[in-house]
Write a protein that binds this ligand. Sequence first.
Ligand SMILES: [Zn+2]
Length: 328
Amino acid sequence: MVTENKNRVLTFAVFLMVIIALFFCFGRVAYGAEKQMVTSGSNVRFRSDPSLDGNIIINLPAGTLLTETGRSGEWASVNYNGQSGYVNTQFIKEAPAGGSEGTTAAAPDTVPAAAFSATGGHIVCIDPGHQGKGDNTKEPNGPGSPVMKARVAGGTHGTTSGLKEYELTLAVGQLLKNELISRGYTVYMTRESHDVNISNMERAQYASRVGAEVSVRLHANGASNSGTNGALALAPSASNPYVANLAAPSQNLSSKVLSGYCAATGFANKGVQANDTMTGINWCTMPVTIIEMGFMTNPGDDANMANPAFQAKMAKGIADGIDAYFAK
Ligand SMILES: [Zn+2]
């Protein structure tokens, strides 16, 4: 009896160990498939389906913690507050340790390549020109082009204000984003931080990927003559080797945006100029404009553009132009 009991106890102990071992293995597999992620852009769409056509359940602020349960292409299946849905993998990154799903982590100090806000109206991609640091490594000037150009230039700066072009473009870009959202547009931003490295080609590709109907690229000018002032816009010409089909609508968009902008700011209108050398235009698949909002080398333009109250006028003027374009 004693021996038999011992054997039973032993058998039971082995059985228990096997169960525990199995539990550990499967537990680990399940744990390994789930990842704590955090939203890295503002207004990240949490969707019902892994598609841009999926219903938006809620727009998540930057820094929202999510549990990723799987991934297919550019879509991650995630849980948010116990609800399952999908987010584009571009707008999430691995969460730092700690924190639980549904809470908001400390605001990330670097916002990644892209962020967006949705209201359901016409879709606009805003590209605040440049970034904190230029990148001189090269990329093709257009699809299939043998001409290689710097991924993204450093940009100019205000000779009076000291403001950097990349600071000005993002300041106006954020105001424009809010202005357009308030007018019912769906807005995508190529960047919402200076601490990014997104080439001009990538900015154009981003606009395509998000289904933008127009791309509005914000820049400011510099000239050796400090007396040169005023705003102008750049659009591809009808003989552009890559995007000739976009010449007419891009020129129309440029003309509307520039008129709205100059009316709102009182800046001199230097007109729409054809330009076929810009990588960020040549890779576009939708009407595009580069608005050179003024000359940072001109003390008058510079002082105005560095003024936040004036920047609000700039953004309103550009939004007026976009309204006029879509009202056609
Ligand atoms: Zn620029």
